[in-house]
Design a protein around this ligand. Structure first.
Ligand SMILES: *Cc1c(COP(=O)(O)O)cnc(C)c1O
Length: 391
């Protein structure tokens, strides 16, 4: 099946859902068993990794529909659901790490992943080293006998450096470490993690999968080898996703392909327009030929989403505020992946530890939404007028 077709049909079971197009939303805690034997049978089936109805937390036809759809899209063995993208990151890492382990994390990683590494994971005896995202096969030099996890994110969702994931995975696997990827930027449509050596792929389904800025949900998809560890961690941590949220994400996934193609196209046009603006020092977008990450993007990715950044030439805060505060279409706020355009100031200089951020001017992260791109451009053009007037 082609990708677009998969997104439409994955996770749908006409039998399971009484010939209705979308799955029912099962709200469940208690599941009733007709006999004592049926309790034992259900528990035994669960131990065999089948999907008996046992208890709401252990899964319902609603959660299984989404798990199957996500897994088909990512191309892994099985997927587990979590109540947010960050909870999925926690679940993936706790599935792979133990006290005394060493973890390598890309310096451009999603900031809350750093907080988890520097906070609870450190408390529990996991040591983290941050590495230059451009390290490639050089990751081997940073590996120690107790390195069990390498975290990759490409591109980073603030600064958009690419990573040579096949090269990193090759070295990591040779040294017995697992590769955990945050694949949210590309979505499963534009990066196929398991074809590139990733062992666990995380999606903040909050972003493009849901696509409408109204739900939080995270997914982790695993290879066959790592799945039992992920499943056990998810169960022990008491994690799953709420039924209405699963329904919304499934609904979002059905249109993800058309949405993403438009996000991609709008972001290309916006990025090109920004590159020609005299106020802009550089555009950070791995799918633009001038970008240092372009060659890897072209080799490994199937497309680009709507999220990128641009750096202004050095300017006082009040000029940047004049640009941002008066925008009419671009909302200022966190998260991304919804239908609307967003813009937010980014501060990588506060986060980096392996390679200091060398950008000179203010950095703005843009999510190019589904509005007509001419209107997006007009909104930012008016912003630059205010910016220049405030200089
Ligand atoms: C938003 C985001 C997350 C976390 O998702 P939430 O659902 O907001 O917790 C993780 N990784 C990346 C790259 C994100 O952008």
């Amino acid at each position: 099946m082609k990708e677009d077709t998969k997104l439409i049909h994955a996770g749908r079971s006409m039998q399971r859902q009484h010939q209705i197009v979308n799955p029912p939303v099962y709200h469940a805690s208690t599941v009733l068993f007709p006999t004592m034997d049926s309790i034992d049978e259900a528990q035994a089936a669960r131990a065999r990794d089948e999907r008996p109805m046992v208890y709401g937390l252990s899964g319902t036809p609603t959660t299984w529909a989404l798990e199957d759809a996500v897994c088909a899209a990512e191309g892994g063995h099985r997927a587990a659901l979590f109540p947010s993208g960050l909870a999925a990151i926690m679940g993936a890492l706790l599935a792979c790490l133990k006290s005394g382990d060493h973890m390598l994390v890309a310096d451009n990683v999603y900031a809350p992943t750093r907080n988890l590494a520097n906070g609870l994971l450190k408390t529990f005896g996991v040591e983290t080293t941050y590495y230059d995202p451009a390290v490639g096969a050089g990751i081997g030099e940073l590996m120690r006998p107790n390195t069990t996890v390498v975290v990759v994110e490409a591109p980073g969702s603030l600064t958009f450096e690419m990573q040579d994931i096949p090269a990193i995975a090759e070295v990591a696997h040779r040294r017995g470490a697992l590769v955990v990827m945050d694949n949210t930027w590309a979505s499963p449509m534009f990066f196929k993690p398991f074809e590139k050596g990733v062992d666990l792929s995380i999606q903040a389904a909050t972003k493009y999968m849901s696509g409408h800025s109204d739900v939080l949900l995270g997914t982790v998809t695993a290879t066959r080898e790592v799945w039992p560890r992920l499943r056990d961690a998810q169960r022990q941590l008491g994690q799953n996703a709420a039924p209405d949220d699963c329904f919304l994400v499934l609904r979002g996934m059905r249109t993800m392909s058309v949405r993403l193609k438009r996000h991609q196209e709008n972001a290309f046009r916006l990025a090109e327009w920004l590159m020609a603006r005299p106020e802009v020092a550089r555009v950070l977008h791995p799918a633009m030929p001038h970008d240092p990450g372009y060659a890897i993007w072209k080799r490994d990715f199937l497309g680009a989403s709507g999220l990128f950044a641009f750096e202004l030439k050095a300017a006082p805060r009040k000029a940047v505020a004049a640009l941002l505060d008066g925008l009419e279409l671009f909302g200022m706020g966190y998260s991304w992946g919804g239908f609307e355009s967003l813009i937010v100031p980014a501060h990588p200089e506060k986060l980096r530890t392996a390679v200091p951020w060398t950008g000179q001017g203010p950095l703005l992260r843009v999510h190019s939404g589904l509005e007509d791109v001419a209107d997006q451009i007009a909104d930012l053009a008016a912003g630059f007028d205010r910016f220049n007037a405030a200089l």
